[in-house]
Design a protein around this ligand. Structure first.
Ligand code: ARG
Ligand code: ZN
Length: 865
């Protein structure tokens, strides 16, 4: 069944309060629900319910039988037209819930995941985000196995019962939709701290983890305190309950969930120690802890009217977590990494069969729409408001947003309204197209310098490719940051000759609105080098007539760090494409030199240096090719990488030595940057004949997981001496730690080498692997599915294997399977023989009645592309 945004209707009833009582049991949990309901429209009530065993229904205390259950809807008719109470008793089976949606068991603990529509798998309810209710929960369970009984809000009562049982009662004073409801019961370890809010209230902070993992949870706790402080400072937002709990679980479909006062996290985003976590994990924990905390205002206090509005809370909250990371770490590097991620994952999504606007118009399975587009492109759209209005104007808009909508379930149009009225009724009418039109816009830019008139002309042409269901597009309004550099590398003062919209020129901001825009700059005394779309102000594909010399100049001189990086990428891309066309292509001397000057520049910090020197991803290279040959792309990149490394082997070796002196382990931007550059340099040197032993040596003496994984992945990818011993030692040391084993599986499944296929089959049988745990599926099968060379293996074996895995995993966990199905998004761009194979596999899955709607929706779109 397809759901449409256009079909939105307000709910017929409101559930004002709900009192829940759980008698927890592995296979027969009893759920008693007592709801106070106000009718809004009519006396027929439809409640959602899936996989539930209905035991009894009472209305105003009386047995009630005027209902029928059909297609996962419980319809009650002839209800009172005044407020009434509805009592329902039903039974659920948490242990059989391998979909990890609703109430389920992870390890020995009970936990829940209700966004977007999991609550209906716990009990019958108006399970939609515009139904806001006050929840009270009584949990009854065995005291020995489940000493901790948790739910949202405040603990108001607890005590012992007979037969070794005990109970706890929680009340959340804030009305909320059911997707924010949570329940946890388990035998856990907890670390505690407190945070004093700006108005002086003490908030108790707790992080619950499996026993023995206490020491690994301090980074998450520190991150939580930083998040609370930052949100007070940058957004003036204060926490609103007396307690904030985070629970880490090993089996979880996503990164984490912002349930009110009781976040539930994938343990990968909580647990870290220097021996077991890489720097990117430390960074990821800080960012996800922040993200979930920031949802308390953008998501919980103000929530979504319906799921088509998902980007209202996700785009905004990703923007907030990106800004949090940027304020706490290196702003430039954060921006570069966010854009790299956008280009590697969102741009392809938007160019493929799953393409959808940040506010989709229809869906079959909402879980399929927790996408890079809703989240990351959504965050880019919020960033554009920020660029258009500036920090102050944006913050005025945020204040207005909370003033108007606190406690409500609203739409993206309401957000735009708040931003507008807080800023002199700023005109966002054209800007709103970003919510409705899918696809990545392309900007084609030509420049012209008129020596005699001292004028510089910039012509910007925008176009957006057709996407499924959207053959033609209207032009977008986008903020375009630009600088004109003089020959000394300084920014010129900008003056526009032909237009009156000069008001944003002092910050280098141009407004692009029409299909074609021409900007004529006056008083330009020498031919400038244009730095275009600084800081990636508009999320677009840029094509310009800038020359190689211009890029080299920007790499060395631009005041915008993002464009220094981007210029290097543009040059590298040009060379890789040339190598793909002609295998005898001589790599441009200019590029080799420019790469060397970044390498040898002592004024650039280590992390920025490492990202600037990195080559574009395979996906970046493939983006503009109709039918990419991934093996050829891999080889071209490899060849370029080797050439650069061999050209600069002396300099690289000296940097490596400098970075290898003993230093204390710290988790700050400086120390992480040093490790990142050292890892990058190690990868370079490992392609040089005389340094083939270096990675093994680095591995042997590594005292932290970052160095360990950097060296291990180089050994695996390059098949270097010591590789097998290292893998074995690593396994023996960490086989009991699933998060570390996920790295071990992933690094092996990601190797482009042809032996990887057999290796993966073997690893599936290893005792550390478990098909029921999404992290493990993603680490082993997902890594192989993302391994472009092996997935697209000429024989077809790679994609046949992934198709088989989609079927197997789908029977266990449709969300996990649906993610794997994304591997086929390249369908349209496959060579004919592979496409034939893919077509047969996908058709079989789509036509099977065993296929979940998650997988069906994705693969039917894929086949139609
Ligand atoms: N709201 C969560 C977050 O972004 C994501 C939860 C999505 N869950 C799901 N099963 N699709 O932090
Ligand atoms: Zn979120």
């Amino acid at each position: 069944v397809v759901k449409y945004l256009a079909d939105y209707k307000a709910p017929t009833h409101k559930i004002e309060t709900v009192d829940l009582e759980f008698h927890l049991d592995d296979t027969q949990t009893q759920v008693f629900s007592k709801m106070k309901i106000t009718p809004v429209n009519g006396n027929t009530l439809e409640l959602n319910g899936e996989e539930l065993k209905l035991k009894s229904v009472k209305v105003n205390g009386e047995e009630f039988s005027n209902y029928k259950e059909e297609n996962e809807i419980l319809t009650l008719t002839g209800l009172p037209s005044e407020a009434f109470t509805l009592e329902i008793h039903n039974e659920i089976n948490p242990k059989a819930n391998t979909a990890l949606d609703g109430l389920y068991k992870s390890g020995g603990m009970f936990c829940s995941q209700n966004e977007p529509e999991g609550f209906r798998r716990i009990t019958y309810f108006i399970d939609r985000p515009d139904n806001l209710s006050v929840f009270t929960t009584k949990i009854i369970a065995d005291k020995k196995d489940y000493p901790f009984l948790l739910s949202n809000g405040n603990l108001i009562e607890s005590g012992d019962l007979e037969d070794g049982k005990h109970f706890a009662v929680w009340n959340d004073p804030f009305a909320k939709p059911a997707y924010l409801y949570a329940l946890v019961a388990g035998d856990l370890a907890v670390i505690e701290d407190t945070f004093k809010t700006k108005s002086g209230r003490d908030v108790k902070l707790q992080v619950f983890v499996d026993k023995g993992n206490e020491e690994k949870s301090h980074h998450a706790m520190e991150s939580l305190k930083k998040s609370m402080k930052w949100d007070e400072k940058r957004f003036r937002l204060e926490y609103d309950l007396d307690i904030y709990m985070i629970v880490a679980v090993d089996s979880f479909n996503m990164g984490a969930m912002e349930n009110k006062g009781l976040n539930i996290f994938n343990s990968a985003y909580v647990l870290a120690s220097k021996e077991t976590a890489e720097d990117r994990n430390f960074f990821g924990i800080e960012s996800v802890v922040g993200h979930e905390y920031f949802h308390n205002w953008t998501g919980n206090r103000v929530t979504c009217r319906d799921w088509f509005q998902l980007t209202l809370k996700e785009g905004l909250t990703v923007f907030r977590d990106q800004e949090f990371s940027a304020d706490l770490n290196s702003r430039s590097v954060c921006r570069i990494n966010d854009v790299r991620n956008l280009k590697a994952a969102q741009f392809p999504e938007d160019a493929g069969p799953q393409s959808h606007p940040i506010q989709p118009k229809s869906y079959i399975e909402m879980n399929n729409f927790y996408t890079m587009t809703i989240y990351e492109k959504g965050a880019e759209v919020i960033r554009m408001y920020h660029t258009l209005l500036g920090e102050e104007g944006f913050q005025r808009g945020m204040d207005k947003y909370f003033e108007l909508y606190d406690g409500q379930a609203v739409t993206t149009a309401d957000f735009t309204h708040a931003m507008s009225v807080a800023n002199d009724n700023y005109d966002f009418s054209q800007f709103r197209r970003w919510y409705d039109q899918a696809g990545t816009p392309v900007l084609d830019i030509t420049t012209k310098y008129d020596e005699a008139a001292k004028e510089f002309t910039l012509t910007v042409n925008q176009s957006t490719p057709a996407t499924p269901g959207q053959p033609t597009k209207e032009p977008f309004h986008m903020p375009f940051l630009l600088g004109l550099l003089d020959s000394a590398g300084n920014d010129m003062t900008l003056a526009l000759k032909n237009r009156d919209d000069q008001n944003d020129l002092d910050r280098g901001l141009l407004h692009i609105k029409a299909d074609t825009e021409t900007f004529v700059f006056a008083n330009v005394n020498e031919r400038p080098v244009a730095s275009l779309n600084r800081n990636f102000s508009a999320p677009v594909v840029l094509r310009s007539d800038l020359t190689d010399e211009d890029f080299v100049f920007l790499m060395a001189n631009d005041n915008d760090d993002f464009n220094r990086y981007e210029a290097g990428q543009a040059l590298a891309l040009k060379n890789i494409h040339a190598m793909l066309k002609d295998e005898n292509h001589q790599v441009d001397e200019l590029f080799i030199k420019a790469w060397g000057s970044i390498l040898n520049d002592n004024n650039i910090d280590e992390e920025f240096k490492a990202v600037c020197l990195s080559l574009p991803s395979m996906i970046d290279v493939a983006a503009t090719i109709d039918i990419p040959n991934y093996r050829a792309i891999h080889e071209a990149k490899d060849k370029l990488f080797k050439l650069l490394a061999n050209t600069y082997k002396l300099e690289l070796a000296s940097i490596y030595n400098d970075l290898s002196t003993e230093r204390p382990f710290k988790v700050d931007a400086k120390a992480m940057g040093e490790r990142k550059l050292r890892g990058f340099v190690l990868a370079c040197l490992s392609t040089v004949e005389e340094h083939k032993e270096l990675a093994r040596e680095c591995f042997k003496y590594a005292t932290n997981m970052t160095d360990m994984m950097n060296s291990l992945s180089v050994m695996v990818n390059e098949n270097l001496p010591g590789c097998q011993e290292s893998l074995k030692e690593f396994y023996d040391k960490f086989k009991d730690q699933t998060l570390v084993m996920q790295k071990w599986l992933s690094v092996q499944a990601s190797s482009c080498d042809d032996t990887t296929f057999d290796k993966v089959q073997e690893l599936m049988k290893d005792e550390v692997f478990d098909m029921n745990v999404p992290n493990l599926v993603s680490a082993l099968i997902g890594s192989f599915a993302r391994n472009k060379v092996q997935f697209n293996h000429e024989s077809g074996r790679g994609m046949k294997f992934i198709a088989e895995m989609i079927r197997k995993v789908d029977a266990i966990n449709p969300q996990s399977a649906s993610r794997l199905a994304g591997a086929f998004n390249d369908y349209r761009k496959m060579p004919a023989d592979l496409k034939e194979i893919a077509k047969a596999e996908l058709t079989a899955i789509v036509e099977s009645d065993k296929t979940s709607k998650n997988v069906y929706e994705k693969l039917s779109k894929t086949l139609n592309s």
